[in-house]
Design a protein around this ligand. Structure first.
Ligand code: CAA
Length: 240
């Protein structure tokens, strides 16, 4: 039977590419989104993938959201924790609100989603979790203490949860994308982005599809011996 996958932030950017790749590979996909209904409807029409609205930073909303997906599509076998936001600014300007928003969404969302599906995965002795980290969680980035801390936290979360899931057939891995051609990266000031791209050995931004194909690799049934790993996909910008 087809596996059921939930992709958070799954209707745009890297998440959209992951949702589509999973569907094309035969998964039943639920694409979670937080805010933009119009874009979600357009995504559904474009891809034939159902979009489900909830805020990953809200624990109860994640519990209810996963229950809704399970009622409509079946038990969740795969979680891709992709939802992420930026609130960039140097420490001088970063508010406590900007810190909380990024930590609660990018890192808290991983906890909330895994918690919601964990018991069921343990009972069924199968699960695949892929957490989308970042080069900026590995190397740091000027103006991103909140984002770098959250993404770095994702890498620790991955290694800890991988140990807990191992005996139950649940793998937990991370991908650390570099700078990918998405709206999030397009929001970086053009002069700053040009300097960043100049430091990427491959000489260009990555494509969302280049992250999606790695997700497919990690969530395969045959991937049971790969757990606790981080796959860095960054055009050679940070070799770690
Ligand atoms: N190293 C040293 N100095 C730097 C610097 C760097 N890397 N980047 C900026 N600065 C300096 C500037 O030259 C400027 O100095 P002056 O005041 O002397 O001119 C100063 O820092 C900037 O001060 P501001 O008061 O303007 O800073 P700000 O609080 O408004 O923040 C910024 C500016 C948000 C950091 C902006 O430079 C920026 O957006 N940088 C890019 C951040 C980034 O890479 N974000 C990634 C988003 S995409 C993503 O996160 C996806 C992923 O996973 C990869």
């Amino acid at each position: 039977m087809a596996r059921v996958a939930v992709v958070t932030g799954g209707t745009r950017g890297i998440g959209e590419a992951i949702s589509v790749a999973l569907k094309d590979a035969g998964f039943i996909v639920a694409a979670n989104y937080a805010g933009n209904d119009e874009r979600a409807r357009a995504f559904e029409a474009r891809t034939g993938i159902k979009a489900f609205k909830w805020d990953v930073s809200d624990f109860d909303a994640c519990t209810a959201g996963v229950a809704k997906v399970e009622a409509e599509l079946g038990p969740v076998d795969v979680i891709v924790n992709n939802a992420g936001i930026t609130r960039d600014g140097t420490m001088k300007k970063m508010t406590r609100g900007h810190w909380d928003e990024v930590l609660d969404t990018n890192l808290g969302g991983c906890y909330n989603m895994c918690k919601a599906a964990w018991d069921s995965m343990n009972t069924r002795k199968f699960g695949r979790v892929v957490n989308i980290g970042s080069i900026n969680g590995q190397a740091g980035q000027y103006g991103q203490v909140n984002y770098a801390a959250a993404k770095s936290g994702i890498h620790g979360f991955t290694k800890a949860l991988a140990q807990e899931g191992a005996r139950a057939g649940i793998t937990v891995n991370a991908i650390a994308p570099g700078y990918i051609d998405t709206d999030m990266v397009a929001a970086v000031p053009a002069d700053v982005l040009a300097k960043i791209v100049a430091r990427i050995p491959v000489g260009r931004l990555g494509q969302a599809s280049e992250i999606a194909r790695a997700v497919l690799f990690l969530v395969a049934d045959e991937g049971g011996f790969i757990t606790g790993s981080t796959l860095s996909i960054n055009g050679g910008q940070h070799m770690y």
